[in-house]
Design a protein around this ligand. Sequence first.
Ligand SMILES: NC(=O)c1ccc[n+]([C@@H]2O[C@H](COP(=O)([O-])OP(=O)(O)OC[C@H]3O[C@@H](n4cnc5c(N)ncnc54)[C@H](O)[C@@H]3O)[C@@H](O)[C@H]2O)c1
Length: 387
Amino acid sequence: MSKPPSKKFAAYPRLNPFGIGKNISAADLIDQSMLAYNGGRLREAAQLLTRKMLPDDGYIGMSLTGALTPAGLGKSCLIPLMKAGFIDWIVSTGANLYHDLHFGLDMQLHSGTPFLDDVALHRDGVIRIYDVLFDYNVLLDTDAFVREVIQGPEFQRPMGTDEFHYLLGKYVVARQKTLGIKDSSVLATAYSCGIPIFTSSPGDSSIGMNVAAMALRDSKLMFDVNRDVNQTAAIVYHAKSTGHTSSVFILGGGSPKNFMLQTEPQIQEVMGIQEKGHDYFLQCTDARPDTGGLSGATPAEAVSWGKVDPDKLPDSVVCYTDSTIALPLLTAYMTARVKPRKLKRLYDQRDVILDRVKARYLATGTVAKVVTSRKIAKRASSVGLKG
Ligand SMILES: NC(=O)c1ccc[n+]([C@@H]2O[C@H](COP(=O)([O-])OP(=O)(O)OC[C@H]3O[C@@H](n4cnc5c(N)ncnc54)[C@H](O)[C@@H]3O)[C@@H](O)[C@H]2O)c1
C-alpha cells in the first residue's frame, strides 16, 4: 500500500505515469505520460486550452510564424481548428498565407530531406524549405494567381489585411470548387468561417511582393495598417467588454506575436481605456528570453507592459518545442476533449466592432498624456519631479 502524500507536496500530484499501451489516444498520451519538462508544459498547454481558454465562448487569437503551412499544418491542424470554432482570429506572417495558396490551388509539395545539394536543386528548379521540396513553378504559378486575382475591381483601393485576405480567400474557394477539392486552404476556410486574418508585415512575403509589383502597373491596392492596428484592438475590446476572456495562442514568435499582444497596450496606454490585459497566454516556441527579443519574451515580461492580466500570470504556459510537434498534438487534444463551438464570425462584424472601440476612445481618450490608474505609472511619472 502506498504512503499518503506528505503535506509539503500536497499541491503537486505524484509523478506516476501509466505504461503506454498500443491503443492509447493522443489526448490520453498527453494527459498520462507528458509529466515533466517541455512534455509537462505541453500537457499544461493542452489543459489550459481546453479548461480555460475554450470554455464560456472565450475569444482565441492565434499567431502564426515559422514555416507551418509548407509543412502541411494548415490542412492537418489549422483548418480543423478553425472549422471547430476553436480559433476566432489570426495574425500570420505573409509567408504562411502565401504557402497556404499552394494547397488551395492543389499544387504539389513533397516530404524530402534537408541533406541535399542546394546548388543542384537550384539548377533543377527545386525549392527547399528545410526538408520540404517543391518545383519552382509552384512559386511562379502562385504569384500569377495572386496578380490575376488582385487585378479585379474589388481590390482597387486601400483596405485592411483582414479584408484583403477575406477577398483572396473568396477566390481560393472558387478555385477549389473548379478543382473539386475542399478543406485544403487556411485562407479559404477563413473566408467560409468569417475568421479575420491579419498580417503584421504585409510587405514581407511573396504576397506583398506581388501586390507591390502590381502597384507599378495601375493597381490601387494598398494595405491600411492603421485599420489593422485598431481592428485587432477592437476585437480584444469587444471580447472583454462583452464579458468574455481574451486568449493568445502563439506559435513561434516574431512580428505576429507582438501584433497580437500589442492590442492591450493599444487599448490601455494609447486609447486610455481601462483594461487589464489578455486573460490567457500560451506560446510554443524555440526562442529564448535572455536575448531581450520579443519572440522569446515571457508572459511575465508581457505583464509589465499591460499585455497580460497580472492576476492570470500563473495560468500562462510557454512550451519550448517545435510547433510542428506541438500543434498536431494540441489539435488532437482539443478535438478529443472539447465539442465544436459556434463560429463567432468576427469578420462579418468588423465595422460594428471597430465603431464600438472608436466611440469609447473618442469619449475617454486624449491627445495629451493618458491618465492611468496603474500605480506603477504614477510612481514613474513622479520620479524626478520632487528633486
Ligand atoms: N516566400 C515568402 O513569402 C516568405 C518565405 C519565408 C519567410 N517570409 C517572411 O519572412 C518573415 C519571417 O518569417 P518566419 O516566420 O519564417 O521567421 P522567423 O524566423 O522570424 O520566426 C519567428 C519566430 O518563430 C520561431 N519559430 C520558427 N519556426 C518555429 C517552429 N517550427 N517551432 C517553434 N518556433 C518557431 C523562431 O525561432 C522565431 O522566434 C515573415 O514576414 C514572412 O512572411 C516570406
